[in-house]
Design a binder for this molecule. Structure first.
Ligand code: FAD
Length: 309
């Protein structure tokens, strides 16, 4: 727990970022979680997953942008990606996931408006090629602003997906609010270090909240996106789908690229919808550190690869 929270603090430290990103041995482990740096890499990975019967959501890596030009560049990267997916005939099987902080949400002047405008531009590009967008959820300080943006986007693009984190005490209420017809909701446990005032600190409580949230989403009339690698949560999701008479096309499972790959294929082979979250791009540091924090064994693997050089 202490190790995980230290890694999550390190995920936002420029000094440690410099150290980790310039270390040559880092690359090997990054490649396990990240599809590559270029749009072409994202495309190759998408094609191979789609050929295996999976669907994909692509994340152009980046977050916490403090620069207006960088926010616009992220918007443009998504537009290029969507056009490339369409040209390759993959848009029906691959959507995009975006972080509002990469689109300018944290800019000191007009951040919320700028992020919304960029998100609208990306949704327009997604609509033009027949696919969808999901808005990732970041730390708890951004939840109200992000849900407000999702609601604004949904007025024009009702298929925009929201993400809710079971670690936050508020989330069961948010699930109830977002469980209506057509509402795409990705349920996750939450990847950020959050204070006890707003978030459960105990893994058991986070898991219990995840189950309660699944109940609410499956009982509702929306489209739950069960994003977890946890075998217990996956088993309970299967049971709830039967309890609430959910046909297999009325919800989906989601997992991260490179994590429990055999389980991803097994779920697809059993007739379930399964979507793989594929991150790509040069700005992989924050994403990578959160994956290390989730599983200390990853850190051990990383440290061993440094020592064995
Ligand atoms: P855990 O209890 O953490 O893990 C269960 C088991 O899964 C572990 O025992 C292990 O076998 C395996 N596992 C989990 N993580 C790893 C790992 N890093 N490396 C290797 N094995 C692992 N979080 C957000 O805060 N906002 C988001 O928008 C968001 N989007 C996500 C999208 C998808 C598709 C997924 C799958 C996760 C997303 N997350 C997001 C991350 C999420 O919040 C969790 O941090 C992450 O999924 C780990 O939790 P878990 O449910 O897999 O359960």
């Amino acid at each position: 727990m202490l190790l995980s929270s230290s890694l999550l603090v390190a995920a936002r430290s420029p000094r440690i970022r410099q150290l980790v990103t310039t270390f040559p041995a880092t690359r090997k482990l990054v490649d396990r979680f990240v599809a590559g740096e270029a749009t072409a890499d994202a495309l190759t990975t998408t094609r191979s997953l789609v050929d295996d019967g999976l669907t994909v959501t692509l994340d152009h890596l980046g977050e916490d942008t403090t620069d207006v030009a960088a926010a616009a560049a992220t918007r443009d990267a998504y537009r290029t990606l969507l056009a490339t997916l369409a040209d390759a005939g993959l848009a029906a099987r691959a959507e995009v996931s975006l972080k509002l902080s990469a689109l300018g949400q944290a800019l000191p002047v007009d951040g919320q408006r700028i992020a919304l405008e960029h998100a609208v531009a990306i949704c327009q590009a997604a609509a033009a090629v027949g696919t969808t967008v999901t808005v990732d959820m970041e730390d708890h300080t951004t939840v109200d602003a992000t849900l407000a943006t999702v609601s604004q986007l949904r007025a024009e693009f009702p298929w925009v997906g929201a993400v809710l984190q079971s670690c936050l005490k508020r989330t069961l209420g948010d699930c109830a609010d977002l469980a209506g017809a057509g509402s795409r909701v990705r349920l996750v446990k939450g990847a950020y270090a959050e204070p006890a005032s707003v978030a459960y600190q105990d893994k058991h409580a986070v898991d219990q909240a995840y189950v309660h949230c699944m109940h609410t989403l499956f009982a509702g009339s929306g489209y739950p996106m069960i994003a977890t690698h946890d075998p217990r949560m996956l088993a309970i999701a299967g049971t709830l789908a039967s309890t609430y008479d959910r046909p297999s096309d009325s919800f989906e499972y989601q997992m991260l690229y490179g994590i429990r790959v055999a389980e991803q294929r097994a779920l697809a082979d059993a007739g379930n919808r399964i979507r793989v979250y594929v991150p790509y791009g040069a700005d992989w540091y924050g994403y990578f550190m959160r994956r290390l924090a989730e599983r200390p064994a990853n850190l051990g693997f990383f440290l061993r690869s440094l020592v064995s050089r």
